[in-house]
Design a protein around this ligand. Structure first.
Ligand SMILES: NC(=O)c1ccc[n+]([C@@H]2O[C@H](COP(=O)([O-])OP(=O)(O)OC[C@H]3O[C@@H](n4cnc5c(N)ncnc54)[C@H](O)[C@@H]3O)[C@@H](O)[C@H]2O)c1
Length: 277
């Protein structure tokens, strides 16, 4: 297991760890006695995560104010882990926001906001820590993408594009950085309950109604997905797709792309309020 330190004190930094999947992951690492940096823009919830991590058995837990939309914040975080921990074993690029709606209604400013956080936020994390990981001759990136980046459902163009970019980046780095023993795991969940709806930016009234419903999907909890991610790390995997139903759709897309395209067109017709021809 490449990512576990011999002393059992794995050093982990998780962006967006104040809430949802990031917090759930912090707790799983805490139960293993890891040292955890909870990096987020939400200081109050971040402090709650720190307390929960210490209660769950973390060797250390700290809140780091970090906006993934600002390059310099990652440089500060890399400097912090080098100074306090002498390095880092795992960087989880998890912070993200929700957005979308009908394509022609998404303003360029919202595209830039989405890509800056959900795609460039991951690029920045990987860029900031690759030199340290190369120097250490080991390191693990965990990049939280989405099934949206593989299935590309209608009505979510900006989110789909950002998450597809995270998949592409992760697959590239999994190969390119392997000579330095740097691993990359990309995670593509379907919907699960979190506070993601709080960040929603959309012009589309339908999306404002639909997203909270979709986030109510009880197939898996954030804790289930977090446990699955750590298992995938233990097994040295490079891709983890937690939701079985979404995996079925992905398999259809790979084996019968026209069938998948027809299903998406039917979904789009429903969203547009039109009848199937
Ligand atoms: N919940 C879902 O259904 C779902 C499905 C697929 C993928 N995801 C992805 O999972 C990840 C975690 O989201 P979640 O569902 O736990 O949502 P969440 O809103 O509960 O947690 C996201 C966290 O990211 C933080 N954040 C937002 N912008 C930030 C920024 N610029 N810098 C630093 N932190 C920032 C928020 O403060 C929050 O604590 C996201 O990348 C999301 O796209 C979620």
């Amino acid at each position: 297991m490449n990512w576990k330190k011999d002393d059992g004190m794995t050093r982990v930094l998780i962006t967006g760890a104040a809430s949802g999947l990031g917090r759930a992951l912090a707790l799983v690492f805490a139960q293993r006695g890891a040292r955890i940096a909870v990096a987020d823009i939400h200081a109050e919830r971040g402090a709650e995560t720190v307390t929960l991590c210490l209660q769950a058995g973390a060797a250390e837990a700290h809140f780091l104010p970090l906006d993934v939309g600002i390059e310099g914040n990652f440089a500060d975080a890399a400097e912090w882990v080098s100074r306090h921990w002498g390095g880092l074993d795992i960087l989880v690029n998890n912070a993200g926001v929700a957005g979308g709606g009908s394509f022609d209604g998404i303003p360029e400013a919202d595209w830039q906001w989405m890509l800056n956080i959900n795609l460039l936020g991951v690029v920045r994390g990987c860029r900031a820590f690759t030199p340290l990981f190369k120097q250490q001759q080991h390191g693990q990136f965990v990049n939280i993408a989405s099934m949206a980046g593989l299935l590309n459902p209608p009505g979510m163009a900006s989110y789909n594009v950002a998450k597809a970019g995270v998949v592409a980046l992760s697959e590239t780095l999994a190969a390119e950085l392997s000579p330095w023993n740097i691993k990359t795991l990309v995670v593509c969940p379907s919907f699960f309950p979190t506070n993601l709806n709080e960040s929603l930016r959309t012009h589309d009234a339908g999306m404002k109604i639909a997203l909270p419903r979709l986030l109510g999907n009880q197939e898996l909890s954030a804790a289930d997905i977090a446990a699955g991610i750590v298992k995938a790390l233990d097994q040295g995997e490079s891709q983890y797709l937690p939701h079985p139903k979404a995996v079925e759709a992905w398999q259809v897309k790979c084996a019968e792309p026209e069938k998948h395209a027809a299903a998406l067109r039917a979904q789009a017709l429903k969203m547009a309020g039109l009848k199937q021809p």
